[in-house]
Design a protein around this ligand. Structure first.
Ligand code: ADP
Ligand code: MG
Length: 168
């Protein structure tokens, strides 16, 4: 995996990686899990097949979840409880009814005790709170590039901590 470590303090809130294959995407999620905290909201941007669900799978495994991680495409959300942490994995690709949002009580899922990972956030943009971490995955001939940006204080703190470790 090729990392581009930044020494500029502003860029500490921004990490980029190039990932050759699915295994390295899973591994990145695994390592990322070390820096995630309750209360974080992650937005995952990228085309179909970019690797958003793969990354979420790596994160869940890194947090200690040992079972199959399904894509939430049909249910809009999959709910995980990992010891005392709740993790909500959304996929809004098929989302088109704001009423469903209210009825399903999704708003309450975004709270200080849980982590929310959101695929296709652009499809529910008006309803969602702000992302702490904004992650963009791009497809290349072979592999993927991924950019992780801290958008809030909490998000920036997590990235700073991660960045410090990647450099050292
Ligand atoms: P999405 O959720 O963005 O639609 P998925 O994670 O379901 O994408 O699927 C991504 C596909 O790309 C899977 O077939 C996976 O094996 C593959 N993949 C994931 N990460 C990489 C990578 N870094 N390089 C190449 N292929 C990858
Ligand atoms: Mg997906």
């Amino acid at each position: 995996m090729h990392n581009t470590p930044y020494t500029d303090p502003e860029s500490a809130h921004n990490l980029t990686f190039y990932l050759d294959d699915e295994m390295s995407m899973l591994d990145l999620g695994n390592r990322m899990a070390n820096f995630l905290r309750p209360g974080l909201t992650l937005f995952l941007y990228g085309n179909l097949g970019a690797g958003k669900t793969t990354l979420a799978r790596g994160i869940l495994h890194g947090l200690g979840y040992r079972h199959v991680v399904k894509s939430p495409t049909y249910n809009l959300v999959e709910i995980y409880k990992i010891s005392r942490l709740y993790l909500y994995h959304f996929d809004f690709y098929r989302f088109n009814d704001p009423l469903e949002w209210e009825e399903a009580g999704f708003r309450e899922y975004f709270n200080p005790a849980s982590i929310c990972i959101v695929e296709w956030p652009e499809k529910a943009e008006d309803l969602l709170p702000m992302a702490d971490l904004q992650i963009t995955i791009k497809i290349h001939d072979k592999g993927r590039s991924i950019e992780i940006r801290g958008r809030t204080e909490l998000g920036k703190q997590c990235l700073q901590q991660w960045n410090n470790q990647e450099i050292s």
